[in-house]
Design a protein around this ligand. Sequence first.
Ligand SMILES: *Cc1c(COP(=O)(O)O)cnc(C)c1O
Length: 386
Amino acid sequence: MSFIPYGRQLISQDDIDAVAEVLRGDFLTQGPKVGEFERGVSDAVGASHAVACNSGTSALHIACLALGLGEGDYLWTSPNSFVASANCARYCGASVDFVDIDLHTGNMDVNRLQEKLIHARQHGKLPKVVVPVHFAGQPCEMAEIGRLAQEYGFYVIEDASHALGAQYHGAPVGSSQYSDITVFSFHPVKIITSGEGGMAVTNNPVFAEKMRLFVSHGITKDPEHLSQNDGPWYYEQQELGFNYRMTDIHAALGVSQLTRLGEWVARRNQLAEHYHDLLQSLPVTPLEVISQVISSYHLYVIRLDLNEIKIGRRQLVERLRGQGIGVQIHYIPIHTQPYYSKLGFSKGDFPVAEQYYQEALSLPLFPAMSEEDLDRVAVALKSSIN
Ligand SMILES: *Cc1c(COP(=O)(O)O)cnc(C)c1O
């Protein structure tokens, strides 16, 4: 039987043709496809500006730089995320702290955020940036986070790596109504792919301008921004930037993939419904979806009732993988990674994320899966835990 991974890209002939066309053309990089992809994404999510990058991680980094995050500052994020959500602060020389999660959604718990802010204000250690992560594709409670941002004076970067195509209170994630910048990833397991790639979107023209500088060495050629002008060759390096540019090859794939965003998010939701039905009688609990949101269902996560199932989670993962079912665990709490332990974090610091980690299991979910594939996953799960 074939192996079903937990996530997988879906590539069409149109995608292949779009990439081939770039390869036959004049620009492999710094050509028109990057701008086209930026406009496509900003239109799709309702943001005024978009800056494409070579990864979601670089997009997080330039977002932090644009907000002026640096030494002596704090960035807070969720421990239940990929390490990049926290590392972006470290690249800037800033410190990281975490806000524990809600066990039922896997997202940052806004009550804990508020408690931590009250405490931090008393100790003069308020964060400069908070990075809520829309875990598994479900938007965080952004209205509350936005209200706290106003009250406590921090910036918000939404890590929407999982959540392209998701909606919050009727608006697409990325419209950034309650945040300063929203970041997407186009890694192949994500909602759409450009191979590697990412994008930072914002409604703030100053942040957009800064991010554009940081993506390309801190260099500008825009006559309006030059301090002098020696001639048509002239450019200036105004900041210490990076080469985080997306290529036209990647952008062409992204543009082509983007045309199927709505269809794929709908399909992911349909498959998630089917999983809900199949798993109803088992001692497992799917992530809760809060009201007034549409999840993009990057992941289908269940929590195992470890008292009810007959085997340990590790055995379960090994057994399912042995049957060709590529289950995965999202996520090992970031603060328990050796790098973050060295910075002073310990087990026990964020107990809900740690409990969640013990119970979580991501079942395969991607648009090319059939209902029969899900049936096969459910049968294997059922027979393994009984
Ligand atoms: C994938 C991911 C990233 C990083 O994206 P890359 O494009 O792989 O660099 C950041 N945060 C989260 C939550 C992710 O899942």
